[in-house]
Design a protein around this ligand. Structure first.
Ligand code: 5AD
Ligand code: SF4
Length: 579
């Protein structure tokens, strides 16, 4: 493929610009006809690195490719089109990407129509996209994080002109709604509430790769959640780099506490959110979490460091004491809350005392689990220009921190033994097909023996013992009864079935229908009694037919009859969707 001269290349500095006005754009879901004829019937493969924002982008790109008539394959060798969705947050995540791109040379050699798309955060970094197209000439398209919704028109360009293309805008001034999506799970869903981040922690590349913070309108978020609820989803995770600043850019008084409350009110069995910024985690948030039982008792509360001076260099806008104060307040109102965190060790200039502060904070908070990272310098961020620490010191501290986290994780697990928890079943364990794996509402992984058909159900499990990475338990209810409850759950969620059942209820309570039904019974009885008296018999028969007719013509009854075939179809679909 030749290379296009119309490349759009990113500029990390430009990414910090806040557009004057952010508009909401409704995606028309158009598929260029030429592209459709090129892609229809072919197979696509997607490999995603990194966080939930990238996973959500994967689902959307899969949605677009399906619209174009493609089918997903999990076998990269079979793919006619592959997407590599990259993560820039740490160097080791970036390194994995290069090996992945190299492995698709074979597809290109075997199939000259093969298309390779590189997407995600790494592409937003200065100079990377251009360098990649030189090193790996089989790349067809590079798109940035702001152009996921342009995947099809850009691919159309590539295919039509037979030219590879780079399209990486530095920032976006639009929020796109109505994007198609093939969700990876039929019971757990991610819902974006905002894009980008305004915090500019000095180590973090996200504000440069995903741009300034832009909130979706509350109504769009709520409608998406409502649809997921109607479809029978069990868990929604609201996503933003900093959920607690949600709505501040909308200037209409919307904030995350009120959005969370609206979503909780929809009645989804489990609602959670990622990621919280400690100093912006408001008292209102604590109130809402405490008030709704379907907001899970789990909070991911990244501290990054336990030292006030180190937090200052990190650009985190809270002190150790303020963080601990929030933790105290949260635990006061929600005593059973499980707290998890992110911690960076070996940040530039981290002294022994500062690291000891991190250890002592972890011992004080006693996290139920934590993600620990060795600091990785990211080009273009302020911390990359600070004096870096010796890697040997970083690794030694990392191991010490890990030991403390393992201790508090095990301690938290032990408090769960002997109690029964609701577990959302993810599916059979990879190691042992007879064992199911799932998550308790506090986020802890739980394994137990049970039939595969419970996948996607929320089931009670009694915790028997703890292992290093998971808890072992036993089902506390008959699996067949749990399955029956699952069917009832889906029926109660489906809007069509809801309408049908409401009509049925109205019919049962309608006085005029009751009168007609009575008349039908009476006339039928009279017909039987006058079996030998032909005159009387035909009079009652006429009355009977007239009553039947008026029942059929009653608007409630005729509406219900119109729905019957649709309801039957829907029941079959529910049966098929529940394995
Ligand atoms: N080095 C190491 N860890 C980082 N994180 C973000 N940037 C870096 C970096 N440069 C961690 C933070 C963040 C998590 C998603 O990744 O802890 O919360
Ligand atoms: Fe990165 Fe800080 Fe924003 Fe989190 S809050 S995405 S760590 S800049």
């Amino acid at each position: 493929m030749k290379k296009s001269k119309n490349n759009i290349l990113p500029n990390q500095k430009e990414a910090s610009r806040r557009p004057e006005h952010i508009s909401t754009v409704i995606d028309p879901n158009n598929v260029p006809a030429f592209l459709k004829s090129y892609l229809e019937g072919k197979l696509f493969y997607i490999k995603t690195f990194g966080c939930q924002a990238n996973i959500r982008d994967e689902e959307i790109m899969a949605g677009y490719l399906s619209l174009a008539g493609m089918t997903r394959t999990e076998d990269p060798k079979m793919a006619d089109l592959a997407v590599i969705n990259t993560c820039a947050v740490r160097e080791n995540a970036e390194d994995k990407v290069f090996g992945e791109i190299g492995s698709f040379k074979v597809n290109h050699q075997r199939n000259k129509e093969f298309l390779l798309v590189i997407a995600g955060c790494v592409m937003q970094e200065d100079g990377v996209a251009l360098q990649l197209t030189h090193t790996y000439p089989w790349i067809s398209l590079i798109i940035g994080t702001h152009d996921v919704h342009n995947l099809l028109p850009l691919l159309n360009n590539v295919v039509k002109k037979q030219q590879s293309l780079i399209n990486v805008r530095s920032f976006a001034s639009e929020i796109v709604e109505n994007m198609p999506s093939n969700r990876l799970s039929s019971f757990q869903a991610f819902v974006n509430i905002s894009y980008g981040c305004d915090k500019y922690c000095t180590y973090c590349i996200v504000p440069y790769t995903r741009g300034r913070e832009r909130s979706r309108k509350a109504i769009d978020v709520i409608n998406e959640c409502k649809k997921l609820s109607d479809e029978g989803y069990k868990e929604i995770c609201l996503l933003g780099q900093n959920v607690n600043s949600y709505g501040l850019d909308l200037d209409d008084g919307t904030n995350f506490a009120s959005l969370l409350e609206e979503v909780a009110k929809l009645g989804m069995p489990r609602v959670k959110f990622l990621t919280s910024y400690p100093s912006q985690f408001s008292d209102d948030m604590i109130e809402v979490m405490a008030k709704y039982s379907n907001i899970v008792p789990w909070l991911h509360f990244p501290v990054q460091s336990g030292s006030t001076s180190c937090l200052k260099r990190m650009g985190r806008r809270y002190t150790r004491e303020e963080y601990l104060d929030k933790v105290r307040k949260i635990r006061e109102k929600i005593p059973n809350i499980a707290l998890t965190t992110d911690i960076i060790v070996g940040f530039p200039g981290e002294t022994d005392e500062e690291f000891e502060d991190t250890l002592s904070l972890c011992k004080e908070v006693r996290y139920s689990s934590a993600f620990t990272f060795i600091y990785s310098a990211r080009q273009g961020t302020p911390a990359a220009k600070m004096e870096q620490l010796d890697p040997a010191i970083q690794h030694e501290r990392f191991d010490r921190l890990k030991a403390v986290i393992e201790e508090t994780t095990a301690e938290h697990s032990l408090t769960m033994v002997g109690k029964t928890f609701d577990v959302l079943v993810i599916g059979p364990s990879k190691k042992n097909g007879e064992v199911l794996t799932g998550y308790a509402d506090n986020g802890k992984p739980v394994n137990f023996k049970g039939p595969e058909y419970l996948t996607g159900c929320i089931v009670p499990v009694k915790i028997l013992e703890t292992h290093v990475y998971a808890l072992m338990g036993e089902l506390a209810e008959d699996p067949l009864i749990l399955k029956a409850k699952e069917v009832a759950f889906h029926m109660s969620r489906d809007p069509l079935l809801k309408e049908y059942l409401a009509l049925d209820e109205a019919i049962r309570n309608d006085e005029s229908i009751k009168a007609i039904a009575n008349k039908i019974v009476i006339e039928k009885k009279a017909m039987a009694e006058n079996f030998t008296n032909s005159e009387e018999h035909s009079k009652h028969k006429a009355n009977y037919i007239e009553a039947l007719e008026s029942l059929k013509n009653n608007p409630l009854v005729s509406n219900r009859n119109e729905l019957i075939s649709l309801v039957e179809e829907r029941l079959l679909a529910i049966r098929d969707s529940i394995r």
